[in-house]
Design a protein around this ligand. Structure first.
Ligand SMILES: NC(=O)c1ccc[n+]([C@@H]2O[C@H](COP(=O)([O-])OP(=O)(O)OC[C@H]3O[C@@H](n4cnc5c(N)ncnc54)[C@H](O)[C@@H]3O)[C@@H](O)[C@H]2O)c1
Ligand SMILES: O=C(O)C[C@H](O)C(=O)O
Length: 353
C-alpha cells in the first residue's frame, strides 16, 4: 500500500506520512523495550575474571537498562567494548577508589565480586584478611548511597564476608537483612549439572535445594528432595555430594594458580541477578538458595530456598524435609557457620575500636 502511494505524484506528502509511521513504530518499540528493561545493576570488581563475563551476560538481560562497572583497574576499555553490543543497555565505567561510590549510587542491584581468588592449597578462609576490608567498604558505600539496593556478595569467603557486610551496614546506619545475599548459586548449578550427568537428564530439569553455606561441608545438597527423584544408592549420593562440596577445588586445581571458577560463577551470578530483578518487578520465579540472615537454624546466616519480591526476600522457605543423614550434615554445617559468623562480627567490632 505504501509502495503504491510512493509511486503516486503525491510523493513528498506520502514520504512524510511514511516517516511518521516509521517514527511511531520505532517509538513504540523503544517504549516496549524500556518498559521491560529497567534496572541499574552495579558490578564491583567488574574487570576481574568473574566481573567481565558477568557484565557480558547482564548486558544481554532484557531487564537491565544500565550497567555500572567498577574496579580498581581501568574499566573503560572493556566497558567501551561491551557498549557496542546491540542491546539498549547503557554501560557506565568507573574505576579507582572514588569510582565505587559513583557506581553504587542509584543502583537497584549491586553485585560484589571484588577481591582475591584462591590458589591451589589455599582455603577460601585464607582470603578473609584481604577480602574482608574490600567487602566492608563496598557494603558501607551501599548503605550510604543505595540503601534500598539488593546486594549480592560473590567474594570469598562468603560464609564470613557476608556477615562483615551486614555489620558494616549496621555501623553505617542502614541494614536490611532482606536485601543482603551471599551468592551460593554456583553450588546449585554444580548440583544440577552433576546430577543431570549421572541421571542422563537435562540439568534444566533438575531442582535440588543446596542449603548451608559456601565452603566444604557447609555445602549441603538435599538429595532426598531432588526432582526428578534421584536414582542411585547411598555410595553414589556420597560421591556426588563430595564433588559438589569440592567443585571449587576441582577448578582451582585445573587452573593451576591462575584463579578459581569464573565462567561458571558468572553464569550462576547472572541467574541469581535475574531472579532478584524478577522479584523487584513483582514477577514469579522459582526459589533460589542464598546465604542470608536467618533464624532457620542456630547459625545467624544460613542458605535456604528463597522467593524474591519488590523488597528483596519475600519468603524464606526454610529447611526442606530431610532424611537422617542430611540432618546430620546440616548440624555439622551449622557449627562451622556459627564460627564463620563470629569471625565476621569480631572483625567488624575490632574495626570499630
Ligand atoms: N561465591 C562463589 O560461589 C564464588 C565463585 C567463584 C569465585 N568467588 C570469589 O569471587 C572473588 C573474585 O574472583 P575473580 O576470579 O573474579 O578474581 P579476579 O582477581 O579475577 O578479579 C577480582 C577483581 O576485583 C578487583 N578488586 C580488588 N580490590 C578491589 C576494590 N577494592 N575495589 C574494586 N575492585 C577491586 C580486582 O582489580 C580484580 O579485577 C574471589 O574472592 C573468589 O574467591 C566466589
Ligand atoms: O573455590 C573457590 O575458591 C571459588 C568458588 O568459591 C567456587 O566454589 O568455585
Amino acid at each position: 500500500m505504501f509502495r503504491n502511494q510512493l509511486n503516486s505524484t503525491n510523493l513528498p506528502k506520502c514520504r512524510l506520512f511514511w516517516q511518521l509511521c516509521q517514527a511511531t513504530t520505532n517509538q513504540i518499540q523503544t517504549q516496549t523495550q524500556t518498559q521491560t528493561r529497567q534496572f541499574r545493576v552495579a558490578v564491583i570488581g567488574a574487570a576481574g575474571g568473574i566481573g567481565q563475563p558477568l557484565a557480558l551476560l547482564l548486558m544481554t538481560n532484557k531487564l537491565v537498562t544500565e550497567l555500572a562497572l567498577h574496579d580498581l583497574e581501568a574499566t573503560k576499555g572493556f566497558g567501551k567494548d561491551l557498549s557496542h553490543i546491540s542491546t539498549v543497555c547503557k554501560v557506565k565505567p568507573y574505576f579507582g577508589e572514588d569510582g565505587m561510590k559513583k557506581a553504587i549510587k542509584g543502583s537497584h542491584i549491586v553485585m560484589i565480586t571484588a577481591g582475591m581468588p584462591r590458589k591451589p592449597g589455599q582455603t577460601r578462609d585464607f582470603l578473609f584478611d584481604t577480602n574482608g576490608p574490600i567487602v566492608a567498604r563496598a557494603a558501607c558505600l551501599v548503605s550510604h548511597y543505595a540503601p534500598k539496593a539488593l546486594v549480592g556478595i560473590i567474594t570469598n569467603p562468603v560464609n564470613a564476608v557476608v556477615v562483615v557486610a551486614a555489620e558494616a551496614m549496621k555501623q553505617a546506619g542502614s541494614y536490611d537483612p532482606k536485601r543482603l545475599f551471599g551468592v551460593t548459586t554456583l553450588d546449585v548449578v554444580r548440583a544440577e549439572k552433576f546430577i543431570g550427568e549421572h541421571m542422563d537428564v537435562h540439568p534444566y530439569e533438575i531442582r535440588i535445594p543446596v542449603v548451608g553455606g559456601h565452603a566444604g561441608t557447609t555445602i549441603v545438597p538435599i538429595f532426598s528432595q531432588c526432582q526428578p527423584r534421584f536414582k542411585g544408592d547411598k555410595k553414589c549420593i556420597a560421591s556426588i555430594v563430595k564433588r559438589i562440596q569440592t567443585g571449587g577445588d576441582e577448578v582451582v586445581r585445573a587452573k593451576a594458580g591462575k584463579g578459581s571458577a569464573t565462567l561458571s560463577m558468572a553464569y550462576a551470578a547472572a541467574r541469581f541477578t535475574n531472579a532478584l530483578m524478577r522479584g523487584l518487578k513483582g514477577k514469579s520465579c522459582a526459589p533460589e538458595c542464598a546465604y542470608v540472615e536467618s533464624d532457620v537454624t542456630d547459625a545467624p546466616f544460613f542458605s535456604t530456598p528463597l522467593t524474591f519480591g519488590r523488597k528483596g526476600i519475600k519468603k524464606n522457605h526454610g529447611l526442606p524435609k530431610m532424611n537422617e543423614s542430611e540432618k546430620k550434615q546440616v548440624k555439622v554445617a551449622v557449627e562451622a557457620l556459627k564460627q564463620s559468623a563470629a569471625k565476621g562480627v569480631e572483625y567488624m567490632n575490632k574495626m570499630r575500636e
